[in-house]
Design a protein around this ligand. Structure first.
Ligand code: UDP
Length: 331
């Protein structure tokens, strides 16, 4: 049985869907602070899925989780992930992300579970020194969110050396899109990400889309990001799990497409997919946004045999299909 923490959230739920479709038995552990029970209920239609509502900060929850279930490996998504909030309230992030993960790792040790796939981030690299960013790029996070993820990576290195607890850390670039059958998708409140924010502004009552900065040193003045499809990302987790099951050593990989798109390019593609002229307001730069973030994904391709398959337009289309369903549900 695979334990997925944070499986009721955006990326976690897509990974659970991929696991269930491959026939894995899955248990989701989630405190539903940002995830949704409706997502879990949808997932339960697609395979052998148990759900436990619990918190990584609660040692009793964790103890009974590991005692009552035969867990073979862990995929760990549960975390707070809003950069701006982490700057305002680092305590919340260090306690939840770092202490929560420590409790999880210790519970794994107590119950002899030795493999974990961890949801890390390009934010561990900080301001890029060069692009595309490979795994050798220095890690100097510029916000508490990135710092929590880097701290966890370092803890995982020490736990590997001392206790042979094996980890694969997947450093995501910009995750985009939804399930291609529109069963689940991105559902954040508040939403801060680019693509859902552009799409939301096309629905009645939606706010005008705000573009943060058009004076960057890039080809059209807007930030360049590497948008990786969430289903492609989910597949990488399955490959990482297989890598560990096959005796792979502790490792870390960038997950991105090797290609960058500007905010203006994403916006134009959203207009194309939705077939609408979308209202836009140019705002000042958002604090902490580097001009360019693009992944070098060679290592994940070579070692994990991973290959992203979806285009940015595919991601925007699936995000739009899902957003229509979500808007209807929230009416
Ligand atoms: N962005 C924007 N308007 C929004 C949300 C994001 O212009 O409502 C820009 C943001 O400044 C960045 C890019 O879109 O340049 C991607 O931001 P997002 O928050 O999606 O991901 P991040 O790169 O921060 O992880």
């Amino acid at each position: 049985m695979i334990l997925v923490t944070g499986g009721a959230g955006y990326i976690g739920s897509h990974c659970v869907m991929a696991l269930l479709e491959k026939g894995f038995e899955v248990i989701i552990f989630d405190n539903l602070s940002t995830g949704h029970i409706e997502t879990v209920q949808t997932l339960q239609n697609y395979g052998n899925l148990r759900f436990v509502q619990g918190d990584l900060l609660n040692q009793c929850d964790l103890k009974s989780l590991f005692e009552q279930n035969n867990i073979d490996a862990v995929i760990h998504f549960a975390a707070f992930s809003q950069v701006a909030e982490s700057v305002k309230n680092p305590k919340k992030y260090y306690i939840n992300n770092v202490v929560g993960t420590l409790n999880l790792l210790n519970a794994m040790l107590d119950h002899n579970v030795k493999n974990i796939v961890f949801s890390s981030t390009a934010a561990t690299y900080g301001e890029p020194v060069y692009t595309p960013i490979d795994e050798k790029h220095p890690q100097n996070p510029i916000n508490p969110y990135g710092q929590t993820k880097l701290t966890i990576e370092k803890i995982m290195d020490d736990y590997n050396k001392a206790y042979s607890l094996k980890s694969v850390r997947l450093r995501y670039f910009n995750v985009a899109g939804a399930d291609s059958k529109s069963r689940i998708g991105e559902w954040h409140d508040p939403e801060t990400h680019l693509i859902p924010n552009i799409l939301k502004s096309t629905f009645s009552g939606g706010k005008t889309f705000q573009m943060f900065g058009d004076d960057y040193n890039t080809k059209d003045g807007t930030c360049v990001r590497d948008y990786i499809n969430v289903e492609d990302l989910a597949n990488a987790h399955l490959l990482a799990l297989k890598y560990l099951e096959n005796g792979g050593e502790t490792n870390y990989f960038n997950l991105g497409t090797n290609e960058g798109n500007t905010v203006k390019e994403v916006f134009a593609l959203c207009e194309k997919v939705t077939n609408r002229e979308i209202p836009i307001e140019i705002k000042p730069r958002r604090q902490g946004d580097p001009a360019v973030l693009v992944a070098d994904n060679k290592k994940a391709k070579e070692v994990l045999g991973w290959q992203p398959e979806k285009t940015l337009e595919n991601s925007i289309q699936s995000a739009y299909d899902w957003e229509k369903i979500l808007q209807n549900r929230l009416k």
